[in-house]
Design a binder for this molecule. Structure first.
Ligand code: CA
Length: 371
């Protein structure tokens, strides 16, 4: 009898914890969802929204995912919410999307937080930091580790709600026409590498060059640049870099898990009935998962293609080069947090999570990959 009672207690407890898990997963995008909100639905009103993106029209995975999101929303809302997706430059120039969504001229946008580094420097900690957290760790921090609260806080003055809307997963180190055997080989290296990574390369003696996406191939071919990074094997293959560069380096130390971002105008979002708001949130969550799966699946397929069909020479950065990049990364971050208190606050939270997650990664993923 006693055994039976214990068993029943165990079952009740298990069911409660299962319910707990589903309650957590149903609010992964916004901690405030833990509070029961009132439901307001108006089946007679239809909405037509616009989404501007920083991606070229229909760009594989990135633009493609936004198109899929729009279709999911249309279906889930029974046609009450239609979102027309525009590629970068189709409606407005890519980098103007932040202002257009902020002032409500456009309802939502897809990009990455580091594009707005000039407006919100601290936002860069929500994209990708060299030697920082990978895609799994970033999702854990933002969605479950308190990151969302900070992320929302820094976008609040701009009347924007930011969402994690995808991840490129671990990127590659890039394509080089000069072999990198030691730290000295970085001296004078002209490489197309934007953002954080570019600052680190410049500190390490190289020259970070800005080149528009469409011109990278020709610049590499003509020797205007010695190297370029892009994304991962799938997109790099589509860009044809293997035709004009000798070596393909790893790891992608500068972008270990590039978070992609969806921004929504706060007023426009508030105007929506509660079911459509939820559809947007759940649609973005699905997009986040789909993009990572698609990147990883395609990258593994295309890495093999590059190695087996195109004979690409895969090379690992030497240890002293990675050590130097790491050291310079610390300097870049130090300068950044010294000049911006918000960046310091966010970086402190980021680091705290990263360090505590490291122990878990060591006994889970790391050891498993070494088996
Ligand atoms: Ca990149």
């Amino acid at each position: 009898m006693r055994k039976k009672t214990n068993r029943r207690k165990f079952i009740e407890k298990s069911l409660a914890s299962i319910a707990g898990v589903s309650a957590v997963s149903s609010c992964v995008n916004a901690p405030e969802d833990k509070v029961k909100e009132s439901i307001n639905i108006n089946f007679n009103k239809n909405y037509k929204w616009k989404m501007v993106t920083t991606w070229s029209p229909n760009m594989p995975v990135l633009g493609e995912g936004c198109n899929m999101f729009s279709e999911w929303v249309r279906k889930m809302s029974g046609g009450r919410l239609e979102i027309k997706v525009y590629g970068g430059g189709e409606l407005i120039p890519s980098l103007e999307s932040f202002d257009a969504v902020s002032n409500g001229a456009i309802e939502m946008g897809s990009g990455a937080s580091y594009y707005w580094a000039g407006k919100i420097p601290s936002g860069q900690f929500f994209s990708s930091v060299p030697f920082g957290m990978n895609s799994k760790q970033m999702n854990s921090w933002i969605i479950s580790g308190g990151g969302y609260k900070l992320y929302r806080e820094i976008y609040e003055p701009f009347n924007l709600i930011p969402f994690v809307g995808g991840n490129t997963s671990m990127q590659m180190g890039g394509w080089f026409n000069k072999e990198i055997n030691s730290f000295d080989d970085l001296k004078g290296l002209k490489m197309r590498i934007p953002g954080f990574g570019g600052k680190v390369l410049s500190k390490a003696g190289g020259t970070a060059v800005t080149v528009a996406g469409g011109e990278i191939y020709t610049n590499l071919e003509r020797g205007v640049i010695d190297a370029t990074e892009w994304i991962g094997p799938y997109h790099d293959y589509l860009m044809g870099f293997y035709q004009v560069a000798k070596y393909y380096y790893y790891p992608g130390w500068h972008e270990p898990g590039g978070v992609l971002e969806m921004i929504v105008n706060k007023d426009k979002f508030s105007e929506l009935p509660s079911d459509l708001q939820e559809i947007i949130k759940k649609g973005i969550e699905s997009l986040n998962i789909w993009m990572q799966c698609e990147f990883d699946s395609k990258n593994s397929e295309y890495l093999n293609k590059l190695l087996e069909e195109e004979g690409v020479q895969l090379k690992k950065f030497p240890k002293d080069v990675l050590d130097a990049f790491k050291l310079k990364t610390h300097e870049v971050i130090e300068e950044m947090v010294e000049s911006d208190p918000k960046s310091k606050k966010i970086f402190d939270a980021y680091e705290k999570f990263r360090v505590s997650f490291k122990d878990w990664s060591t006994v889970s993923d790391k050891i498993y990959y070494e088996l």
